[in-house]
Design a protein around this ligand. Structure first.
Ligand SMILES: [Fe+2]
Ligand SMILES: [Fe+2]
Length: 366
């Protein structure tokens, strides 16, 4: 084997010659080995060892004649027999190399390595393409899910908004209904005793103002307002002629009138107010020194709310016309509570009430 042939093999080139009879003349043994045939044979019919040539015989003759320079068949693929059958790829060239011996050069270039690399690259590219496709489908799915989620969220937000609005409306309605009920109860009493019409409402206005001035919470002030508007509800059980009597009441009649705070308690005790309304009413005629009724409670035993209602009640009653007494003035009402501050009435409450009238200009609207 020549040196040139070794180099050729190294670069995957195998050579032979082909004649007009389409018989292949081998030299060396590299092409035989490459094609997986007996290395000792020198000639072979091309249709036996390279059937790819069948069909291009006329072109081969034209090349041998010098009418054409070369032809080629690319990427021929075959399984070569051997101890280990192997798949090979090769390009086949028929070339006129001007030997003038009625043959042409037959050159085989082994492209197995690069073809396999190319195939594997293509396979990798296909895999990547599939992965990208999968990824993009997942992305689309994700975007769809996100959109669905956003829509779901929007729906939820809307439902929560609607429910919140309904709830607010329902709370507003309940508050209105509650306030209307309290006012109805209030006017039920005042229907029997027209002289005290508006008394409880005015007591409520003053008691709320005292509570606010004392820094009580809005919730506590609301409780004081409700208790004030109902504080004399127990008088519903007192005969109306006692209530409207122009002159002094007998002791027996006064005893009946005095039941109104416990009767008020009994009427309201089973209502689940969020404030101690019934107890505030029960204690609204108690006095700090224990001289009040029904229990003669003292100082700290009396609820602050009751002390507030008591002061507002006394001031309103004294400042307003009553059948059994001519109207005194607000000033004499304030003098009365000031004189009895800490004795009958809570000191802080009295101080706050006086400051409301004298310094803050508190007035009941006409
Ligand atoms: Fe009363
Ligand atoms: Fe009263």
């Amino acid at each position: 084997m020549s040196e040139g042939s070794l180099i050729s093999q190294r670069f995957g080139i195998h050579q032979a010659r082909i004649g007009r009879d389409f018989v292949i003349h081998f030299y060396g043994s590299s092409l035989q080995k490459f094609l997986g045939i007996d290395a000792d044979i020198n000639t072979a019919k091309s249709s036996d060892v390279l059937p790819e040539i069948v069909g291009i015989e006329r072109i081969i003759n034209t090349i041998i004649d010098g009418g054409s320079r070369e032809t080629s068949i690319k990427r021929i693929n075959r399984i070569v027999d051997g101890p280990l059958p192997a798949e090979v790829f090769f390009d086949l060239f028929i070339i006129n190399d001007d030997r003038g011996d009625d043959t042409a050069a037959l050159v085989i270039r082994d492209v197995t390595g690069e073809t396999l690399i190319r195939q594997s690259l293509q396979q990798r590219r296909n895999e990547i393409h599939l992965l990208q496709q999968d990824l993009s489908e997942k992305n689309i799915q994700l975007m769809k899910s996100q959109k669905e989620l956003r829509e779901l969220n929007k729906g939820l937000e809307k439902a929560v908004d609607n429910r919140t609005r309904e709830l607010k409306e329902s709370i507003e309605f309940s508050r209105r209904l509650f306030s209307q009920t309290v006012n109805s109860l209030m006017s039920a009493l005042e229907k029997r005793d027209p002289y005290t019409a508006g008394h409880q409402q005015r007591v409520a206005l003053l008691a709320e103002a005292i509570g606010r001035e004392l820094g009580l919470s809005e919730h506590a002030i609301e409780g004081i307002s409700v208790a004030s508007r109902l504080h004399d509800i127990g008088k519903i059980y007192v005969p109306s002629e006692f209530l409207t009597k122009p002159l002094g009441l007998s002791e027996a009649e006064f005893t009946v009138i005095k039941t109104h705070s416990s009767v008020g308690f009994d009427i309201l005790r089973d209502i689940e107010f969020p404030w101690p309304v019934a107890t505030i009413i029960l204690q609204h005629h108690e006095k700090c020194d224990g001289s009040g009724y029904p229990f003669g409670l003292k100082g700290e035993e009396i609820l602050l709310e009751s002390k507030i209602v008591t002061v507002a009640d006394v001031v309103e009653a004294m400042a307003t016309y009553r059948p059994y007494r001519f109207s005194s003035s607000i000033e004499s009402a304030l003098e009365e509570i000031e004189m009895n501050s800490g004795i009958l009435y809570g000191e802080n409450v009295v101080k706050t009430c006086i400051s409301l009238f004298r310094k803050k200009g508190f007035k009941w609207n006409a």
